[in-house]
Every structure is written in C-alpha cells, then in structure tokens.
Design a protein around this ligand. Sequence first.
Ligand code: C2G
Length: 152
Amino acid sequence: MKTVLTYGTFDLFHIGHLNILKRLKAQGDRLIVGVSTDDFNAIKGKRPIVPFDQRIEIVRSIRFVDEAIPEESWEQKREDIRKYNVDVFGIGEDWKGKFDDLEDEVEVIYLPRTTGVSTTEMKRVLSEFDERHVESLKNTLDTLSQIVKELS
Ligand code: C2G
C-alpha cells in the first residue's frame, strides 16, 4: 500500500485543485490531504473565502482523496509522514524545492500546476463583479429618483 501525502488551502475549489489531487492519487494507492485550517491560513498570510469546515468537507468528498486531515502548522509534516506511514510527499511545483528536507523520510515530488486558474484570480473577478453590480444598482436608483422627481 503506497501512501501519498499533500497539503493545501483548497479555497473556492477549482479544476487546478482537482487536477493535482488526481495526479497525486495516480502516484500511489492512498492519498491523504492536509487542509489548512483558518488559523494556519492566517500564518500563511491567506484569508480564504470558504471556512475550514466546508473546505475539508469538499476535499474529503473528492473521489481521489482517501483521507482529509487538518493542517495546523508548517512543522506537522514529519509527524504526519510517520503517523500515516507515507511513501510519497507531493505538491504543486510552485513549492519546488521547499520541502526537499523531507527526502530523508519520503520521496518528494513537485507536479505541474494547472495554468489559467487560481483562487486569487477567482476572487479578483468576483470582487470586480461586485463593484460593477453596485455601480449598476446605483445607476438604476438614480434613474428611478429622476422619474419620481418628474412625476411629482
Ligand atoms: N494548484 C495547482 N494549480 C492551480 C492552483 C493550485 O496545481 N492552478 C495546486 C497547488 O500547487 C497545491 C494545491 O493545488 O499543490 C493546493 O493549492 P493551495 O490551496 O493554494 O495550497 P497552498 O496555499 O499552496 O498550501 O504546507 C503546504 C501548504 O499548505 C500548501
């Protein structure tokens, strides 16, 4: 039984997250995913939109994922590797080289990211939509108040 381990925030779950989990599962027989808690995201300097309990439930429901655990610190990786008898640690290549220190315990692999999609980009589009939406509401209100004025 070959066990693969990875970690991530998985906010606004998208195809890039799905692809990396699919690729990681293909590296072994069991995939364990550490999902960053909201407190740990604060340490990572991230503010997820989706709360931890929903992010871990979504990851847990992905058919490539055999187990989802909370990721609460940078340091827990070694402990998890021993606890779950991990053979391979894998993560996207945006982390290339960052976890080579684990090579004394496991095989460390960095996989290609999916281009053209990111949570950051999704948040930007959503916020833009929000601004335009407010703008159009304001214009409608101005038009309505104009009509009311003309009718009175
Ligand atoms: N990912 C990807 N393609 C994207 C976006 C993300 O392959 N377009 C991958 C990342 O490389 C990572 C995983 O999806 O392997 C989760 O990405 P994030 O949720 O951004 O996680 P991150 O903040 O990188 O957390 O201790 C490790 C950290 O917790 C990793």
